[in-house]
Design a protein around this ligand. Structure first.
Ligand code: R5P
Length: 312
């Protein structure tokens, strides 16, 4: 890629954008990202991007639709200003749990959002731990899909006690927990869960031995924390000595931080793909930054280098 590297961001996660830029050793592109008096999102790039390799960093955290709109408008502005290539850097891709219909007359929101990003003019997407890996196929443009398990496992290897068991809180997360198990040299347990209603979680049974061990619940996201809290109750019942949660995306929706505080969970490892909510108890939360990982990926994409090395 010959064009110069230029990075812009919306308002979703300024600290992460600053940390990525510190790693890259270059300043953020100047842009106005705000609102018109009528409530519409307003964007104006204050730098020439003609022929540039443009990256737009925007996490789709709450308010999700507003941050998505900012992302779309920044991409559109860069395309209309003749950027040579535009990469949407989306640390957290929202709507990912709506990746299929669960009953009739529902949308497939994850696909619609992928269409919108492509239609706005993105040439590539760089993201972290999509809720369902198949979402990569919803895009008709290349997607570089980074995984945070190596970061979370490294943090655990440095700070967890010896005898640990990686726990998948549901059948869908077994591959992720298995990778964590391999990277931490632990054993594996699997919980079976079901959702009797929207945002309601019930654990059914568990396979694996956790008695006297430190159980690490490995998940892609913590939203209401219902999954974690019910899994933690079961693990405590089965004799786990310490209970830790390790998740890529700390959405911490509604009263999740309070629920975690009241639960038997001792520690939570989450990456900073989403900013921590300003309110709520956070003593148990340990944040691990993805800034160096994203900065390295941006540099490698810019130089047309492979990013497979980032998976080791
Ligand atoms: C489910 O399939 C996911 O992997 C997470 O377990 C789930 O999204 C967490 O949501 P919540 O915190 O609301 O239980």
């Amino acid at each position: 890629m010959d064009g110069r590297l230029q990075v812009f961001t919306g308002t979703s996660h300024p600290r992460l954008a600053d940390d990525i830029m510190a790693e890259l050793g270059t300043p953020l592109g100047r842009a106005l990202v705000g609102k018109w008096k009528n409530g519409e999102t307003r964007v104006k790039l204050d730098e020439n991007v003609r022929g540039s390799d443009v990256f737009v960093i925007q996490s789709m955290c709450d308010p999700v639709d507003h941050h998505l709109m900012e992302l779309l408008l920044i991409i559109d502005a860069a395309r209309r200003a003749s950027a040579a290539r535009i990469t949407a850097v989306i640390p957290y891709y929202a709507y990912a749990k709506q990746e299929k219909k669960t009953s009739g007359r529902e949308p497939i929101a994850a696909k619609l959002v992928a269409n919108l990003i492509g239609a706005a003019g993105a040439d590539r997407v760089l993201t972290v731990d999509l809720h369902a890996p198949a979402i990569e196929g919803f895009f008709d443009i290349p997607v570089d899909h980074l995984r945070a398990t190596p970061l979370l496992a490294r943090h655990c290897n440095r700070s967890c006690p010896e005898s640990i068991v990686a726990v998948s809180p549901d059948a869908g997360g077994v591959a992720r927990a298995e990778e964590f198990r391999v990277r931490t040299g632990s054993s594996l347990a699997i919980i079976s869960k079901r959702h009797p209603g929207p945002d309601v979680t019930e654990t059914l049974e568990m396979v694996g031995d956790v008695a006297g061990k430190t159980a690490i619940i490995v998940d892609d996201m913590i939203s209401t924390a219902g999954t974690l809290a019910t899994a933690a109750e079961l693990l405590r019942e089965r004799g786990a000595e310490q209970i830790i949660a390790a998740a890529t995306h700390g959405v911490f929706a509604a009263n999740a931080l309070d629920l975690i505080d009241r639960s038997p969970i001792d520690r939570v490892f989450a990456t900073d793909t989403i900013p921590l909510p300003p309110d709520g108890p956070r003593d148990k939360i340990e944040m691990i930054t993805v800034a160096p990982l994203l900065a390295e990926a941006i540099m490698r994409i810019h130089k047309d280098l492979s990013i497979s090395a980032l998976f080791t």
